[in-house]
Design a protein around this ligand. Structure first.
Ligand SMILES: [Fe+2]
Ligand SMILES: [Fe+2]
Length: 268
């Protein structure tokens, strides 16, 4: 894969669809970039895909729900792989509001301000009723942006974890278990060192407590923006993430390595 690509939506559960894409990262593999449609009484889109794939994203989204039926867009954070179709969804759905934090609104205003009557501010620990279930905002154990909130859906027994629990992969999959234990462990730990380099300086005891908070929710599904659906794998994923602070810090290729890579590419 040499460019970002949308894939076919698939079901994570009867009331949750995944709208997946993959983003190639030279030298590291591919990164899944998932949005989710939570078919609650008031349907929730979780994140809005990659910026360069907006046309394809809207097409795939329409296969799982009429965008006009969405009531909420849960924006886990404002990175470019989460806001791709945000403005199009806002336009398509006048009654939709964006669930985010004060910092999320602030960071969006560096780009294009969100209209104040279209936002809903929810801090970690606070909840929102979406008709048939109450979603509680949770700051995931690892993240790359201060505005990040994931959430817990007790009805679907799902933890939507934003960037946390992501993994670099060698090929696409619809279930994290398909990756095999070693690929999953290595892909997850490497991703954690890339996405949250601060893990190497965290207090290990406090970090373990943040993992315990996810454990206490005992979610059946971990739904990461950057991992295929993980069903009944919570303990395994917590175990891998727990080792990330001890992992080799990620250092990207330097100029010499880049020139060597480019030379290699022109020689073939
Ligand atoms: Fe991110
Ligand atoms: Fe992300």
């Amino acid at each position: 894969m040499d460019k970002p690509m949308m894939f076919e939506p698939y079901q994570a559960a009867t009331d949750i669809d995944v709208v997946p894409s993959y983003f190639p990262i030279p030298g590291l593999g591919i990164l899944p970039v998932n949005a989710f449609v939570l078919k609650a009484a008031q349907p929730v889109l979780v994140d809005a895909g990659l910026v360069p794939l907006s046309d394809e994203f809207m097409e795939k989204l329409s296969c799982v729900i009429d965008p006009g039926d969405l009531r909420w867009l849960w924006l886990t954070h404002t990175d470019q792989d989460h806001i791709g179709s945000l403005w199009r969804v806002l336009e398509a759905t006048p009654k939709l509001r964006v669930i985010t934090t004060y910092l999320g609104v602030g960071k969006m205003s560096l780009f294009e301000p969100l209209p104040m009557d279209r936002i809903y501010l929810l801090n970690p620990g606070q909840s929102i009723d979406v008709g048939d279930r109450i979603l509680t905002a949770i700051k995931p154990p690892s993240y790359d942006a201060p505005e990040t909130t994931g959430f817990h859906d007790p009805k679907a027994a799902a933890f939507f974890s934003s960037d946390c629990f992501g993994a670099l992969m060698s090929e696409p999959a619809e279930n994290a278990a398909e990756m095999g234990v070693e690929n999953l462990r290595e892909g997850m730990v490497t991703w954690a060192t890339v996405d949250a380099p601060w893990l190497q300086i965290v207090n290990r005891t406090l970090f373990a407590k943040t993992l315990d908070r996810v454990r206490e929710l005992s979610p059946k599904l971990i739904l990461s923006a950057h991992l295929p659906v993980a069903c009944d794998m919570t303990e395994e994923l917590l175990g891998y993430l727990g080792t990330a602070p001890e992992a080799q810090p990620f250092v990207g290729p330097d100029q010499q390595a880049l020139e060597d890579m480019l030379k290699g590419m022109t020689a073939t």
